[in-house]
Design a protein around this ligand. Structure first.
Ligand code: PLP
Length: 491
């Protein structure tokens, strides 16, 4: 139970001993001295009591022996950045907030305004250092080594894939997947529209053309209806795509059964961008393993991290072997340097793979924590009725990598941008939802098939969506603070 402002209220009849005991018990380093009507007279700190005793006072004296002082206070509509500046100027750590009658209603603490609550920051555990130490001890500080091999095996086993290649990023994994499928200039790739640009950039690396497929309201992932329409149109044009790149957004798997039924009909391979859905399931299978190839990311903001890294998984061992070959500069199997293919420097380092091995051991906990964070937001903010939360589709289990909601215009006038900015002044990072690919200047000439011809759900998500702090290392108190501030801003 969080400490309330009332718990800090004291009257002049309290003895110094009792005041010290109360300071000790409440642990805030401050008490609020109030008159009969509950109006604030001044603040009381350990230092104030120490000065009374040094000046000849006794522990049985009461707080009425304190000199009168005009303590600085804030009004209820105070600006958080002004409050921090004021605390700095006065060299104090607290400022009481008083209502129009002078009664304390809140206490602003420097610690709350000093530490930023981030959207999703790396959450390291107890196992990573062992693997890193081993790499140092054995001098495997290279893009090959035992941690790389073990991380590949452990991740493949975790998701139930035949094989996996550890790479320097999720983007590199997507790029290699496209290379392995032989995608090149003039080819088309169908790609989820609602995503981060990293999904679509590799299509351009290979000189191919992305065609964007919209998402639907039920899953927020690729709409099978839009995919079907895009295929029908491509067939008429005689330009069937060479691959479909499906994104599992914000921790939720796309409806792969329906999507694969369509892609099988046209015999087109599927790459699953599961950068955001490691740990999620679809019909009991691991998200990222339903397509022909899947990719994961271990960037700093993802559910587990290696600071930067990625993985390509597939049941096709030949493809994964080829990925390892291309990722290490595509060196031919001869006794000197010979290259018959263009390669890349895309391997994951053995040190970072060590971090990944440690992180993989706590992935289940991380999923449980992120899901619990979502539940707390849903419960804590439910009464405002201001958010339409991203739904969890019945075919699987989302990780709730990020808690995302769309602001309801019926309830609040505040825009996602304004909410992000207001939260930022409270040192809380809230971000807009992804800006769909069809709206990006680099893709102005690309085709786009929304869920319904005259309705783009992708635009809806962008125009109304906000992502709330969801890091598994956020404390419950921090999350309560996020909820409190959102209530203050929207209420
Ligand atoms: C993070 C992310 C990527 C890219 O992963 P990196 O490891 O940062 O290269 C790709 N797709 C999606 C949907 C992502 O969220």
């Amino acid at each position: 139970m969080a400490l309330q402002t009332e718990d800090l209220l004291v009257s002049k009849t309290l003895t110094l001993r009792e005041a010290l005991a109360k300071l000790n018990e409440t642990g805030q380093g401050i008490l609020l001295l109030a008159d009969h009507d509950g109006r604030l007279l001044r603040t009381v700190t350990d230092g104030d009591i120490r000065r009374l005793i040094i000046g000849g006072g006794d522990l049985t004296d009461t707080l009425s022996s304190l000199p009168e002082r005009n303590s600085r206070t804030l009004s209820e509509d105070y600006d958080p950045m002004r409050a921090l500046t004021l605390m700095n100027e006065l060299v104090i750590n607290h400022l009481p907030v008083i209502d129009s009658d002078g009664r304390p209603v809140d206490l602003v603490k420097r610690r709350d305004l000093d530490t930023r609550i981030l959207l999703s920051s790396p959450h390291l555990g107890q196992y990573e250092m062992e693997y890193i130490q081993e790499a140092f001890d054995t001098n495997w500080i290279a893009p090959i080594g035992p941690n790389v091999d073990a991380f590949e095996k452990e991740l493949a086993a975790y998701v139930g894939s035949n094989d996996a290649a550890a790479l320097s990023s999720g983007t590199a994994a997507i790029h290699l997947a496209l290379r392995i499928l032989g995608i090149g200039p003039g080819d088309r790739v169908f790609c989820s529209d609602l995503t981060f640009v990293a999904t679509a950039n590799p299509v351009l690396y290979e000189g191919a053309e992305p065609v964007f497929i919209g998402s639907d309201q039920e899953t927020w992932c690729m709409s099978p209806d839009a995919l079907e329409r895009a295929f029908e149109s491509a067939e008429k044009e005689g330009r069937i795509p060479k691959a479909v790149l499906v994104v599992n957004i914000y921790g939720q798997s796309a409806d792969m059964d329906r999507i694969l039924r369509i892609t099988k009909k046209y015999k087109v391979p599927v790459i699953e961008d599961a950068a955001e859905s490691l740990g999620a399931t679809y019909g009991g299978k691991a998200s990222g393993t339903l397509g022909d190839m899947g990719i994961f990311s271990f960037n700093g903001n993802k559910i587990i991290t290696t600071s930067g890294g990625g993985m390509l998984v597939s049941d096709n061992r030949e493809w994964i072997g080829k990925a390892r070959f291309l990722a290490a500069q595509a060196r031919d199997q001869v006794k000197y340097y010979r290259h018959s293919h263009v390669g890349y420097n895309y391997r994951l380092s053995n040190v970072l793979a060590g971090i990944g091995r440690g992180q993989l051991r706590v992935l289940k906990d991380r999923v449980a924590t992120r899901r619990a964070i979502y539940e707390r937001y849903r419960e804590g903010l439910g009464h405002l009725k201001a958010f339409d939360w991203m739904p969890e589709a019945s075919y699987g289990r989302s990780t709730r990598w990020l808690t995302v909601g769309m602001l309801r215009k019926e309830v609040t006038n505040i825009t996602p941008q304004a909410l992000c900015e207001a939260m930022s002044s409270w040192q809380i990072e809230v971000r807009r939802a992804w800006n769909p690919m069809h709206r990006q200047p680099i893709f102005v000439n690309s085709l786009y098939f929304p869920h319904k011809e005259d309705m783009s759900f992708d635009n809806d998500v962008f125009e109304k969506g906000v992502c709330l702090p969801s890091g598994s290392n956020m404390t419950e108190q921090q999350q309560m603070r996020v909820i409190e501030i959102i209530e203050k801003i929207l209420g």
